[in-house]
Design a protein around this ligand. Structure first.
Ligand SMILES: [Zn+2]
Length: 387
């Protein structure tokens, strides 16, 4: 298949390549240039093509109900599976062709990977963490694998790897959605984090950590974690450390934004709204600090958290832009940077010959009218038209 006379966003060289043809074969981009051949029934002449978006922080088993824990406690196995299948489809149709899901339920995420692979369901390429590894009573314990001390943490990580996890997710601080834990307090100790990192890296897997706390971020960097999720209370020392080690930040601005904006009136539990409000301003400052220090950033929505729905990753991109990121940088953050963080930059994240034909087509030039990303004309997943 050939897309004739389109404009292609080159996120690697940061430029729009105008009036060019793209050819796909067997799910792969096999030529870019002035090509002869037919464009079948698809006419996207003069439209704009970006790489498929990569959302590095999702929770496909969470629907985005106002009361996360209450709703999850009431869900049956069927509810979880149906919810996840529906969320995967929403992501894909919105232009997200790859997700990194960071906190599954009962290893259903790893089962769903097989269903996606077999073509029984549709969705983005899914990189899944299995169960969150957290300390006893730590953030996310209600779906996670609790572990304390180096030996148990090693075992917990090994269990996820044995089950087929693509990456490991640990918890370095309290969280907004778990009642009774403090976002300012660090959770796993450095020796526990180091043990987790060693086990993940030995197996050739990446490891990310949920972390709000200032000290927790530093502990995570010292331990060698690959990405700090949220990094809400980052200070200058932590920013220097992240820049020095090129540790990724996945800011997930949508999560706190939705909790604070929709609040108790939206049905979100009071304890979560209170904690969200406490960190809201600091979170945005931390995001700006990360940009100032050239910390690598990858886009993640935390979709599934209260009133933060799947299929809205473009909203996270707009939020990053609202808070000072350039449109080009935000699109890089949401494509090639995500691929680098996941470790799939050889096959995903940009429109280049030899990579998967994962693209989104927009009517307008997103560099000039970024709102166009809210309404893709077409999503292409491994060469197949989705819309
Ligand atoms: Zn999350």
């Amino acid at each position: 298949m050939i897309l004739k006379n389109v404009h292609v966003l080159d996120v690697v060289n940061e430029k729009m390549i105008r009036n060019i043809d793209l050819s796909f074969d067997d799910g792969i981009i096999n030529d870019i240039g002035n090509l002869s051949g037919n464009d079948e029934d698809y006419t996207y002449e003069d439209c704009y093509v970006t790489p498929g978006l990569i959302d590095c922080h999702t929770h496909i088993f969470m629907e985005g109900h106002a009361d996360t824990i209450g709703s999850m406690n009431a869900m049956t196995t069927t509810d979880f599976i149906v919810t996840a299948i529906s969320n995967l489809e929403k992501h894909l149709k919105s232009g997200v062709t790859t997700i990194r899901d960071v906190g599954g339920v009962n290893y259903y995420d790893l089962e769903l990977k097989k269903q996606l692979h077999n073509g029984n369901i549709i969705g983005p390429d899914l990189f899944a963490a299995g169960k969150i590894v957290t300390m006893t009573g730590g953030h996310g314990h209600f779906i996670g694998r609790e572990a304390d001390g180096q030996t148990e943490v090693r075992k917990a990580v090994r269990e996820q790897l044995k089950a087929g996890a693509d990456l490991i997710k640990v918890i370095s601080s309290g969280g907004v959605l778990t009642p009774g834990v403090d976002v300012n307090a660090y959770q796993f100790n450095i020796d526990e984090l180091k043990a987790a990192v060693e086990e993940a890296h030995k197996a050739g897997k990446k490891i990310c950590t949920h972390c709000h706390s200032t000290q927790g971020i530093k502990n995570s960097v010292i331990a060698g974690i690959d990405s700090v999720e949220h990094a809400t209370l980052l200070d200058k020392e932590g920013a220097e450390m992240m820049a020095e080690t090129q540790t990724y930040m996945v800011p997930t601005l949508s999560a706190v934004e939705n909790i604070v904006k929709k609040g108790i009136e939206g049905g979100i539990p009071e304890y979560a709204v209170k904690k969200g409000k406490e960190v809201y301003r600091r979170h945005i400052e931390s995001f700006k600090l990360a940009m100032d220090y050239d910390i690598p950033i990858a886009m993640g929505t935390d979709a599934g958290t209260p009133l933060n729905y799947h299929g809205k990753s473009s909203g996270e991109i707009l939020l990053m832009i609202d808070n000072g990121m350039s449109v080009m940088e935000a699109l890089k953050t949401s494509t090639i940077n995500g691929a680098c963080l996941i470790g799939i930059e050889e096959t995903h994240g940009s429109i280049e010959v030899g990579k998967y034909a994962d693209c989104v087509i927009y009517k307008e030039n997103p560099l000039e009218m970024v709102e166009t990303i809210l309404n893709p004309l077409q999503v292409i997943k491994k060469g197949e038209m989705i819309l």
